[in-house]
Write a protein that binds this ligand. Structure first.
Ligand code: FAD
Length: 288
């Protein structure tokens, strides 16, 4: 990003292998997602001053919250070998299950999708090789997880992606919730209703503590709902204000999932679009 005298003046990007500069007549809107937006902010000198200095980036604006508070939904795929019978279709988004527990009355604590394929991590597939025909139940635990990750600069080269530290399971309550989510997936997958389709449970196929511990470590994955790395607020770690404008920099807005203070208690596409629509309304109304 091009910054001049505390103001976003434009952007620089690579096109056809060449750097191109675009100057902003009014303002710059970053909409690069919860991984890309903090990376560009940091590379432009907006972020935690200690972090920026150690990365060799001249500090333009000290905003310690940039890249912090990486919030996400945590996926724990459990797999079954499928019987040689036609699977019900469509199986993915049309078969969704939300359920709660006593921790947040009135709000779902878990969600689960079904995939007619081995939708598991490489580590989990190494531990439990997927059979030729299988289905996966994919619960997400604690839709408001306690663990928070961080996005950091891995390089000053804009073509090198940032380093993502998910920090999954840093909060012990997330582990408790993960075990509860896996128990529900196993109950559903091994139920009488699914018996015509399920030949045998492949993973985790056990409630033994050491098996489950290793299973969780290998199976844990993102549900791709990354949010919160340039969050809205007025406190020290907030990055944007209620008009999505970056604190301390003129002419710079963020309009993507990184402004959400918490990941939403469901999928994140619709909330991200709402952020974009609100940004468009404020920009066209000239609200600076
Ligand atoms: C595989 C997958 C499946 C998903 N399924 C669902 C679903 O079923 N339902 C649902 O609600 N949500 C789903 N999501 C989540 C949803 O897509 C995101 O929450 C939402 O798109 C976030 O919007 P955003 O604007 O923050 O970022 P994005 O939609 O990720 O947009 C950011 C854009 O910026 C670009 N970008 C990033 N860095 C740079 C850079 N340095 N230079 C140029 N361009 C850059 C990216 O390529 C991307 O096009 C899914 C996400 C993934 C990855």
């Amino acid at each position: 990003m091009l910054l001049s005298g505390g103001r976003a003046a434009g952007v620089e990007f690579v096109h056809a292998g060449k750097p191109v500069r675009a100057h902003a007549a009014r303002e710059v809107v970053l909409s690069l997602g919860a991984i890309g937006t903090p990376a560009v902010l940091m590379r432009s000198g907006i972020g935690d001053e200690t972090e920026l200095r150690s990365a060799g980036v001249p500090v333009v604006q000290h905003l310690p919250g940039v890249g912090r508070n990486l919030d996400d939904h945590i996926r724990l795929p459990c797999m079954w070998e499928a019987e040689d019978v036609p699977m019900p279709v469509p199986t993915r988004s049309q078969a969704v299950c939300f359920w709660g527990d006593d921790t947040r009355p009135g709000a779902p604590e878990f969600v689960m999708y079904l995939s007619p394929a081995p939708s598991v991590s490489a580590e989990s597939a190494a531990q439990y090789p997927p059979p030729e025909r299988c289905f996966t139940l994919m619960p997400a635990m604690r839709l408001r997880p306690g663990s928070r990750g961080r996005v950091r600069l891995a390089s000053l080269d804009p073509l090198v992606g940032p380093r993502v530290e998910t920090n999954f399971f840093a909060d012990p309550d997330d582990v408790r919730s993960a075990l509860s989510a896996v128990a529900m997936a196993r109950e559903v997958g091994n139920s009488a209703a699914l018996r015509p389709f399920a030949k045998r449970e492949v993973s985790p196929a056990s409630f033994a503590a050491d098996t489950l511990d290793l299973f969780l470590r290998n199976a844990v994955e993102t549900y791709w709902h990354q949010s919160g790395t340039a969050r809205m607020g007025r406190d020290r770690d907030a990055v944007v204000d209620a008009r999505l404008q970056v604190h301390g920099i003129d002419g710079l807005r963020v309009a993507d999932a990184s402004v959400l203070p918490h990941v939403t208690v469901a999928n994140t596409m619709a909330p991200s679009m709402v952020v974009g629509e609100r940004a468009a309304e404020m920009i066209t109304a000239g609200q600076g």
